[in-house]
Design a protein around this ligand. Structure first.
Ligand code: SF4
Length: 293
């Protein structure tokens, strides 16, 4: 059996940067009485989340859980600026901003559109932390989050519509939604804020899915970009499986298969991908042995 790993696997630039900043704070904080907090997990990977917890990162769900005079890390998805300021002022906490520069770009574009009188369309998942952060840069209620093509019908008629998109969305969704906006207005300004790594991963996953018998997508089930990779792959290759760990691999997926592709989300460590490859190799050897017996 031939096993091919997608060319764009392992951590993306934004995740590497966020982890570097986080480990740096955890390893070098001189005041051991200062607790280190983040909203939810720094990246969407259960294994890494557990490791960071063991090193002392307190991952909270509510701002009230933050202790005064602590350190607060803004994760790669970003956060609304008002909330960051509240933590800085009310909790007297030091802020370490690990927001990915690509997310910052989407936030800045949304702010620009809002300041220049555009009705801002944010294409993405309503409850995703990145979208909640971007919304924080838009003044008032002059915006709408669009999750799918159906939502376009609910967009009020406007003179000017400005578009930003969640960094990990698919190009297909962006095209589908923006393609219908002329029904609503004559003036549209579209900022394609899908990040480079997302484009490359999606393209390479697409090619691999078309060229293999089975596709394994590795990454957190809560990771938006990993879920998109699964959807893209499944459309082309019905034998696509999304797993978080090598432990979920099932031998029957590989029976009589010749080529297997592995692709991983932006927050999936390369070690996890290699572990998956090794496990598939073992399954292959066992199946070969059984077929000879
Ligand atoms: S997927 Fe893109 S936007 Fe998200 S952290 Fe990675 S580089 Fe940044």
């Amino acid at each position: 059996m031939e096993i091919i790993i997608s060319r764009y696997s392992g951590y993306c630039f934004g995740v590497k940067r966020a982890l570097k900043l986080t480990y740096n704070v955890l390893d070098n904080s001189t005041d051991k009485n200062k607790k280190i907090f983040s909203f939810g997990s720094i990246i969407n990977n259960p294994g890494v989340t557990e490791k960071l917890s063991k090193k002392g990162l307190v991952q909270i769900k509510d701002i009230d859980e933050i202790e005064n005079n602590s350190i607060f890390i803004v994760r790669s998805h970003g956060m609304p600026p008002d909330l960051i300021n509240k933590i800085r002022v009310e909790k007297k906490s030091e802020i370490i901003d690990a927001t990915c520069p690509f997310v910052k770009k989407a936030q800045a574009r949304a702010e620009f559109l809002s300041e220049n009188g555009y009705f801002v369309l944010v294409i993405g998942n309503k409850n995703h932390p990145e979208i909640l952060g971007i919304k924080g840069y838009i003044a008032g209620n002059n915006y709408m989050v669009v999750e799918n093509e159906k939502d376009v019908d609910r967009i009020p008629d406007n003179k000017k519509i400005g578009v930003v998109v969640q960094t990990t969305q698919t190009r297909e969704k962006l095209l589908l939604i923006t393609g219908r906006l002329l029904e609503k207005t004559r003036e549209i300004l579209i900022y394609n804020t899908i990040c480079d790594t997302t484009w490359k991963r999606q393209d390479s996953t697409k090619k691999l899915a078309a060229d293999t018998d089975v596709m394994i997508i590795v990454g957190g089930k809560d990771s938006a970009n990993t879920v998109h990779l699964k959807e893209i792959s499944k459309e082309i290759n019905n034998s696509t499986y999304h797993i978080e760990s090598f432990k979920e691999l099932k031998p029957e997926w590989f029976k009589n298969k010749k080529r297997v592709g592995i692709s991983g989300g932006a927050s999936t460590p390369m070690d996890d991908i290699i572990e998956v490859k090794r496990t598939i190799e073992k399954i292959d050897k066992q199946q070969l042995k059984m077929s000879k017996e």
